[in-house]
Ligand binder design. Structure first.
Ligand code: BDR
Ligand code: CA
Length: 314
């Protein structure tokens, strides 16, 4: 039986590639819906980009819902400097054929989880956690239906990418992140410590581009754009492919290694707001609330991604 998932995202090139990876894997993953949130770019662009990925993946059966246009407490911060004005610069952006659902994403999440059996649905957030935090705050009874939350967010050894100590997704909505990390359901967290190991090197991008189907060509185009900013910033031979780590972990968890820890979110300090305090060595006495993923077999990850993108043969 495929695992039932909802992907909550802010595409974003790396979110877009996470969607393509999931849509190419129907034996393992049943995508119940895609919910969009404001993050890398404003909401009207993240929901459009999610719909474009359904077009590209030829999955017009998948429903896309727009959610929160701003974080729970703070003002929205976006990242056009990384992702370009469209959020998915590097691929051809057109008007999507897949329609936007009229229901709000938070209502969709609540309704779906309320109807579902105990621990039956996995949430896969790859953007700021606003939609998920709002759904849990409004209707805590939905927690019983959440099997686990596999999210991209946070940083420990790597330090921050949007402030010296905070990663973008957590920094944009730390209050929502606090709700999620306190929710009591199993959490698998993919922070920068692991995502910075999956570098989209020129060779890896060329291998994807050589597949010559439209989804792979779009992926190679997006990665080439994405690489420009991050190669300059980090001095790596390409960009870290953050968000697809979540889906790859669901497909092939043996590629990854992690440790059960307590992770707490800073919401007050002007200096370190959005910091994930990962108690890797268990020194706080606080209860374990997440598995912090710290290592990955990067070649295995790119083999998996390339093999799945090859399934989109035109
Ligand atoms: C995260 O922030 C965004 O820029 C990416 O889409 C990813 O989800 C990395 O910090
Ligand atoms: Ca993202």
């Amino acid at each position: 039986m495929p695992e039932k998932i909802i992907i909550d995202c802010d595409p974003g090139q790396d979110d877009a590639i996470a969607l393509l990876l999931a849509m190419a894997s129907p034996e393992e993953l049943e995508l119940l819906g895609i919910t969009a949130v404001a993050g890398n770019v404003p909401l009207h662009l993240t929901e459009r980009n999610a719909r474009l990925m359904c077009d590209l993946g030829r999955r017009d059966d998948i429903r896309v819902y727009a959610g929160c246009s701003k974080p729970m407490v703070r003002d929205l911060v976006t990242a056009e400097n990384v992702h370009g004005d469209t959020g998915i610069d590097g691929m051809q952006v057109t008007k999507p054929a897949v329609p936007l659902q009229s229901q709000h994403a938070v209502d969709f999440i609540i309704e779906t989880l309320k109807k579902a059996g105990e621990a039956s649905i996995t949430l896969v957030p790859t953007g700021p956690l606003t939609n998920i935090g709002m759904a849990i705050s409004r209707e805590p009874s939905i927690l019983r239906s959440i099997k686990r939350i596999v999210l991209m967010g946070g940083a420990m050894r790597e330090g921050g990418n949007y402030s010296p100590s905070a990663e973008f997704n957590i920094l944009v909505d730390p209050h929502a992140a606090k709700v999620v990390f306190a929710c009591g359901r199993p959490i698998t967290a993919m922070g920068l410590d692991v995502t910075h190991q999956v570098i989209a090197t020129k060779d890896r991008v060329a291998r994807i581009g050589a597949l010559e189907n439209s989804a792979a060509t779009a992926t190679a185009g997006m990665l080439s754009f994405f690489n420009r900013h991050d190669s300059a910033k980090y001095g790596f031979d390409g960009a870290p492919l953050h968000d697809p780590c979540t889906v790859a972990w669901l497909l092939q968890p043996d590629l990854f290694e992690g440790k059960d820890c307590n992770i707490a979110i800073e919401t007050e300090s002007p200096l370190t707001i959005g910091h994930t305090a990962v108690d890797f060595w268990g020194i706080s006495g606080r209860e374990v609330n997440a598995t912090w993923i710290h290592s990955v077999d990067a070649d295995g990850f790119y083999d998996l991604l390339t093999e799945r993108l090859a399934r989109y043969a035109d």
